[in-house]
Write a protein that binds this ligand. Sequence first.
Ligand code: AMP
Ligand code: MG
Length: 351
Amino acid sequence: MNTCILKLDPQNIDAAAIERAGCILKAGGLVAFPTETVYGLGGDALNPAASEKIYAAKGRPSDNPLIVHIADMEHLYPIVREVPEKARLLASKWWPGPLTMIFNKTDLVPKETSGGLSTVAVRMPNHPIALALIRAEGGYIAAPSANTSGRPSPTRAEHVAQDLSGRIDMILDGGEVRIGLESTIVDFTEDPPVILRPGYINKSMLEEVLGTVRIDPGILNAEENKNVRPKAPGMRYRHYAPKADLSVVEGEREAVIEKINELTRQAVSEGKKVGVIAADETSSAYTAADVKDIGSRETDKTIARRLFSVLREFDEDGVDLIFSESFETPRMGQAIMNRLLKAAGHHIIKA
Ligand code: AMP
Ligand code: MG
């Protein structure tokens, strides 16, 4: 299959291009498109064959459900059994935005889209290209991240092309995404609502609107939760992994620098190529040949936006080992560390 790549200006969208992409989706084809979080791989959410194609293109396990993307609130009601008042409140504050909500589904959503579950995940993305495409398609686009399953999520169209060229019909290139980590997922089939995946909207931002919110214990890193299964099926898999072995080094700032430099010396003496992920504040302290500065701890939104891209860059550099600092920042630290530790297969080294 020949994958057509179209460059679009998000501020001045080419209506004919969106029309063309919408036709592909209506006919059961696949189109990757930008959202504010990461690039999505879109198919008609109400067409079981399209959802099956998404799983095949990504190599995604078929029990890992897809998020249904809508552009208008009125499209929520036909696909869900009920919308609790709290969900309505949250939607009015955060939709369109980096928020996915879980509801009990109606029969309109095929089991192929919901991964066999009786619930459905719904999001209204805040990106002009995504919204225009959903409307052109007719209202419902199923879209997981547009990467090969297990690889870092794509934050630029080039990442999508690396993974999916020849496997999908079209890529809409709208430039680099703004947030860079996938949406916060909140489950409204329980009360109080439960965070199934941390994201840009953190717990305290949710609590401002909802009052008490719980976090799925399966996504916490604490030792006592080791054997708790995350409720979102996608959070159970190894994910975001670069080709090299990635370890996160935790401890006091100076101790971490010393430890990483020592590990680097040792690996280099064994003939290995080493990469380091460090914040702006400390990146110049490392001796490895390949140090990637991921952004300042003061503006952790930059760290979030760069994370997946940095992991892909190390694949291109062909390093054998990657040592990363830990980024437990107050604003987005939980989301960043959730992705980083998954990418590292939870391999932590204490400095
Ligand atoms: P992605 O689109 O790649 O960000 O993956 C979507 C995430 O949403 C995965 O972790 C899924 O397991 C999760 N998800 C989708 N639908 C549901 C659902 N009905 N219940 C729980 N988690 C879901
Ligand atoms: Mg994904």
